[in-house]
Design a protein around this ligand. Structure first.
Ligand SMILES: Cc1cc2nc3c(=O)[nH]c(=O)nc-3n(C[C@H](O)[C@H](O)[C@H](O)COP(=O)(O)O)c2cc1C
Length: 731
């Protein structure tokens, strides 16, 4: 709920201010160029800042007959206003020689236009107010953004940890927001400050020095080069020095330094009045520098990039929001009528869509089903079956709509007996896979009158296939017949492609076979992506991991099930026959480009994607493979590929674990124990471990790795999972 409040505030502020922020950001990018183009003008004189005011005045007085003022701007350029040939002129000079360097910079028309639009949208005070308001909203957007990133990353300490990629917009929104946070916050705060100053909400106090004319002395006379202030003040401190208006002693030097203003007797060099700038004035000066980047190429670039991030973050932010599935809950039976109660824990809305499909099918077979959010848990009068379907967020925490669930279960004990089942939606890309589902199961198990019908069932990456499997086992247990339809989710799949079967190899005793497919379309799968096959109209899709042997040829390794519709369909395909299937992007399971050493762990047909990754290892990076199967015979299907890869140096090492070759069973997890030094080294040196095969094997392997991390690395396994050093695709 708290996350939702932050999320909706973030969105609301963005909607209100988006147009103004877009204008301000685009003009801001243009204006960031101005200080850079000014700074690179050739008016900077090296070593000038170390000159004293006395030396500067001496050099310039020698060159010009009548100087009215000397200035130093934020770029460090020195200019004089002097009467030359009877005319009042202002120009840049070399303070060592007095040489004229060029005319004062004039604002270019483009920058003038951009400045007006940026400050006031050409709407005078109304425009200034709107821009000020947009800056204020930008502060709120940035703060709510910081909170949202921290929540997503699992805490402020993890703020800069790698972001798990779900899709382009979500990933880049978070990544670029983190980069641009500081410049955006600075731009927003200084923007608000400058607006408040403009509207006199912050009074622009200036120094107002008073000179006591009665006490002005005409003696002792001193050369101006001997004035203490002139001798001790470097030119770098100067903003502006105004010469006395006349030679009368009542007229004095006005010197504006970086931190104070001083009036100096032109005859004796005595200080007539002096005052430090008020805090507001110093702050205003800083706000201007920080907001405009004046005088610093580096800060101007940072601000320019920050401004550029605004349109990008606006567009990706809106895409993230509008892609989020939105569904309302409608109920035919209220909470007191439903015998089946389906509760959902969701944050992004996808889990709700699965739950809705399940609820719809229960209703369609005449069951009284009531659907609600987990936060709406209460006393359900007629409930006999409770089905909880929940996602996991943060670091294994409850999603927004289930935050109160644990508390509510304790608060509302059910008066009648009921059985329950928990389905966890999560992603193995996160360290605490479906943890909240396990917590939910535990709390329900200890609640009044409850009986667990099944263990927690987990669904990785919103796999409809897995959810459907759960539904099949659940329906069987309760004696129902439910057929689910796949919800229309935004998936990463490409349009369907056509493939031609070019080879089939098989080990009949093992019920496994390898299909080599020629890719006849433009789809460019990568080893580790998935091939979605629908064996006949209306049937469920099946996903197979792809191994890519070369640009044209893909390999899929399949286990044939006696009653399996899809595995038998693929099995009966003959040479040159065509297959229509869809490539699904599985970016969390691609070969790691930056790892120097990689370990593959697979059982059975899980070897498929690895055969492609090995084949593509043209740089001969170190790859160690651990493969588990029943007997030596199972290996014959892959032997040629592995032998050739070892010969070509594309595979460093291959070790197998055959469970039925010898009296005692050997599994891949036993090999991990044997070779623990290698595993420790790979994790330590930022290498990667990839796991593909059965969920049962994955559990055992993760347990072994967890132990190894605790004993030898002093870190939790999740540390490496967070850094994408462990990649999994298990089913
Ligand atoms: C910020 C964030 C954190 C997540 N943390 C976890 C996690 O700790 N464990 C897990 O199994 N899944 C995690 N997931 C994956 C979600 O549980 C999964 O994508 C789920 O299907 C989302 O369902 P929803 O759209 O209904 O919220 C996380 C997803 C996001 C975006």
């Amino acid at each position: 709920m708290i996350v939702s409040v932050w999320r909706y505030s973030h969105l609301l502020f963005a909607i209100i201010s988006s147009i103004f922020l877009l204008i301000a950001s685009i003009t801001g990018v243009i204006l960031a160029v101005e200080p850079i183009s000014n700074k690179i003008e050739p008016y900077s004189v090296s070593g000038a800042d170390e000159l004293s005011l006395a030396e500067t005045l001496e050099n310039l007085n020698a060159k010009y007959e009548e100087i009215l003022a000397i200035s130093r701007d934020r770029n460090g350029f020195i200019s004089v206003t002097a009467i030359v040939d009877g005319k009042n002129e202002a120009f840049y000079v070399n303070p060592f020689t007095g040489e004229r360097l060029g005319a004062l910079l004039q604002k270019k028309p483009l920058f003038q236009f951009a400045t007006n639009l940026h400050r006031s949208l050409f709407l005078k005070s109304t425009g200034r107010f709107l821009i000020g308001l947009a800056s204020f909203l930008l502060i709120l957007i940035t703060i709510s953004g910081i909170v949202l990133i921290a929540k997503r990353q699992g805490g402020y300490r993890q703020f800069f940890a790698p972001v798990v990629r779900e899709n382009f917009s979500q990933y880049n929104h978070v990544v670029y927001a983190r980069f641009s946070l500081i410049p955006l916050l600075v731009l927003a705060i200084t923007g608000v400050y400058l607006s408040l100053l403009r509207f006199d909400v912050i009074p622009d106090t200036q120094v107002a020095l008073q000179v006591d004319f009665d006490s002005i002395q005409e003696e002792p006379f001193k050369e101006y080069t001997e004035f203490d202030l002139f001798k001790t003040t470097p030119l770098s401190e100067l903003r502006e020095l105004e010469y006395p208006f006349s030679e009368f002693v009542e007229d004095y030097y006005i010197i504006r330094l970086k931190n104070k203003e001083v009036y100096l007797n032109q005859v004796t060099g005595d200080v007539l009045a002096e005052e430090k700038y008020p805090t507001v004035q110093v702050m205003s000066s800083w706000a201007t520098v920080l907001h405009t980047g004046e005088g610093s190429i580096l800060w101007s670039i940072v601000l320019g990039l920050g401004s550029l991030a605004i349109p990008f973050l606006t567009v990706t932010g809106f895409i993230v929001y509008f892609k989020r599935p939105k569904t309302k809950i409608k109920n035919t039976y209220n909470k007191n009528e439903g015998t089946y109660v389906v509760l959902v824990g969701t944050e992004g809305g996808t889990t709700l869509q699965f739950a809705q499909e399940f609820h719809k099918q229960l209703l369609s077979i005449g069951k009284k089903s009531h659907l609600a959010l987990m936060n709406q848990y209460t006393h359900f009068k007629k409930m006999e079956h409770l089905i909880v379907i929940t996602a996991t967020y943060g670091q294994g925490e409850a999603p927004a709509s289930a935050e109160k669930f644990v508390h509510l279960v304790k608060k509302h004990p059910q008066k009648q007996a009921f059985n329950f089942s928990v389905v966890g939606f999560g992603s193995t890309a996160y360290p605490n896979f479906c943890q909240f589902a396990y917590e939910t199961h535990e709390v329900l198990e200890t609640s009044n009158n409850s009986t667990a019908l099944q263990e927690v069932f987990t669904v990785n990456d919103q796999s409809f296939e897995a959810f459907n499997n759960w539904c099949a086992t659940w329906s069987k247990k309760v004696g129902l017949n439910i057929l689910l339809e796949k919800p229309k989710l935004a998936t990463n799949s490409l349009p369907p492609s056509t493939f031609e079967v070019i080879n089939k190899a098989e080990i009949p005793e093992d019920d496994t076979f390898l299909l080599s497919l020629k890719n006849l379309n433009d789809s460019k799968p990568i080893s580790g992506d998935l091939l979605s096959v629908i064996p006949e109209e209306g049937a469920r899709e099946r996903l197979y991991s792809i191994g890519k042997l070369n640009a044209e040829t893909l390999l899929i390794s399949i286990r044939r099930h006696e009653q399996g519709l899809c595995s038998n369909y693929l099995h009966q395909l003959g040479q040159n026959e065509k297959l229509t299937a869809t490539v699904v992007d599985n970016r969390n399971f691609h070969f790691p480009k930056n790892a120097k050493k990689t370990i593959f762990i697979a059982t059975g047909t899980g070897i498929g994607p690895f055969l492609g990754m090995i084949e593509e290892n043209s740089h001969k990076k170190e790859i160690h493979m651990y493969w588990g199967a029943r007997t030596t015979n199972s290996f014959n299907l892959y032997k040629n590929y592995i032998d050739k890869a070892l010969q070509d140096g594309k595979l460093t090492n291959f070790k197998n674990a055959y469970s039925r070759n010898q009296p005692e069973k050997i599994y891949v997890q036993h090999l991990i124990k044997q070779d623990k030094e290698l595993f420790v080294e790979v994790l330590k040196k930022k290498g990667c471990i990839m796991i593909c095969g059965s969920i049962a094997m994955q559990k055992e392997v993760l347990q072994e790795l967890q132990q190894l991390c605790n004993e030898h690395l002093g870190k939790d396994l999740s540390h490496y999972q967070n850094r994408k050093q462990i990649k999994m695709d298990c089913y």
